[in-house]
Design a protein around this ligand. Structure first.
Ligand code: PLP
Length: 450
């Protein structure tokens, strides 16, 4: 490595996030220099298909000029203003109006933050606030799912079911965060158990937890409609149908974490729409701005909003907010993003190319490493297995997922290994021809790893 090179500076000074820092110290990082459409190029000039849209977010690819122009126009008009102390600005108001118009029914109010973690952190706070103000102050516990991912603040990392994001960070904090099983039917379904029976078993586990803890102690349940960071895990048939009534019966708020699923990823505008969920709160981020600006929104029901008004009266103010929550440049970019989604019928496009995506990846079931392929819309997970006939996983520590990821990189394909699961969430603009090329490169990566 050349002294004073970008890679040398990276190794010397840059702390990479969510990274095996030992591997980084040994091998360095792939530094991405530019992008166009669904492709990116690294600093060595190597081209990749970005089959993760960055971090499940660059829905319009890496060269959408309209978003750059929207940001520039807003920077020239009003580069910053806040929404504190009865002040505000047009882009955030217009975005709140737009988002609540397209949201699942009943979510008529929007609160803005900078990222998905902050939106979910706010949802946890609002769940407590709501129950306190409405006279149920003992409702404190929050239920998440093993392998669920809701962010990296103290509270959201506690709620997430990802042990490596808690170990040595002194998390989870306190005893307010409970977890139920991961609904990965392929891995956890019992021999002979149908998907529907598996869902019923998951629901029975939730009911038993509520009975054990007491419904009057539980504030909210968080779920991603399709689990992303857990391994791109689609819910088994009948899953949400079985658990939603249990939550309703127990007076537990349902928070839909649509940070990945929102804005067409699952083939409908919202994952909630795909799975027939009516949430009390919905968090979204990432594809909200096609990732061109950091922004998230928490959409809340009238009942929760009424509690904010009540609490504000009681405490003199609604005491929550961030300097950059609802930043005007980010909101302007979000409005332009949503306009593009509508003009180009992005949901229709996802529905049109989804069969090529799911069938193309599904064809890789013939590969000796591939145990299962599942997905919906333009999100998919591939399960790698040591012996797929016997459904035998690789031993812990075998790091086969990372090997496949590395070989895919060599073949010009950026995918994400989550243990022995390979996740795919390409930009929503991907074409059927590019999907074909993505699958060819994936097969080349699998062959090289085999
Ligand atoms: N929720 C889900 C479902 C996510 O996938 C993520 C990030 O990947 C987050 C929350 C956290 O979002 P952020 O990294 O923007 O804070």
């Amino acid at each position: 490595m050349r002294p004073n090179s970008l890679h040398a500076a990276d190794l010397a000074h840059m702390v990479h996030q969510q990274t095996d820092l030992g591997a980084h110290a040994a091998d360095g990082a792939v530094l991405i220099a530019r992008g166009e459409g669904v492709h990116v190029w690294d600093t060595e000039g190597k081209e990749y298909i970005e089959a993760m849209a960055g971090l499940w977010c660059a829905s319009l690819g890496f060269s959408e000029k309209r978003l750059a122009e929207a940001a520039y126009r807003q920077l020239l008009t009003l580069p910053y203003y806040h929404t504190f102390f009865q002040k505000g600005h047009e882009p955030s108001v217009r975005l709140a109006e737009k988002l609540t118009a397209i949201a699942p029914p009943g979510l008529n109010h929007a609160m803005f933050q900078c990222g998905g973690s902050e939106a979910n952190d706010a949802a946890i706070k609002l769940a407590w606030y709501y129950h306190n103000v409405t006279g149920r102050p003992q409702k404190k516990k929050i239920i998440g799912r093993i392998r669920g991912y809701h962010g990296n603040t103290v509270a959201t990392a506690s709620l997430s079911g990802q042990p490596h994001m808690q170990a040595d960070f002194d998390l989870p904090l306190g005893d307010r965060f409970l977890h139920i099983s991961n609904p990965n039917y392929y891995r956890a379904g019992l021999p002979g158990e149908t998907e529907e029976q598996f869902s019923e078993r998951m629901a029975a586990e939730l009911q038993a937890l509520i009975d054990r803890e007491g419904a009057d102690t539980i504030a909210a349940f968080f779920a991603e409609p399709v689990q992303g960071g857990g391994g791109a895990i689609t819910p088994p048939r009948g899953y949400f149908e079985a658990i939603v009534p249990i939550l309703k019966q127990a007076g537990i708020l349902f928070v839909a974490d649509e940070v990945i699923c929102g804005f067409g990823r699952t083939g409908h505008y919202w994952g909630c729409e795909t799975y027939g969920i009516q949430p009390d709160m919905l968090s979204c981020a990432k594809q909200l701005t096609a990732a061109y600006q950091p922004l998230s929104a928490l959409l809340i029901s009238d009942a929760i909003h009424a509690a904010l008004l009540e609490g504000s009266k009681r405490n003199g103010s609604f005491g929550h907010g961030y300097t950059y929550g609802g930043h005007p440049v980010a909101c302007a970019v979000a409005l332009e993003t949503l306009a593009i989604y509508e003009e180009r019928d992005m949901v229709g496009h996802v529905q049109a190319v989804s069969p090529a995506f799911l069938d193309g990846l599904g064809a890789l079931r013939d590969h000796p490493l591939v145990g299962d392929v599942r997905g919906v819309g333009l999100i998919a997970g591939v399960e790698l297995m040591a012996d797929k006939a016997k459904k035998e996983p690789f031993p812990a520590g075998a790091k086969v997922g990372l090997l496949v990821q590395e070989k895919c990189h060599a073949a010009g394909l950026i995918v994400r290994a989550i243990g022995d699961r390979i996740a795919f969430t390409p930009p929503l603009i991907i074409t059927a021809a590019q999907i074909g090329e993505m699958c060819r490169r994936f097969r080349a990566g699998l062959d090289a790893a085999w």
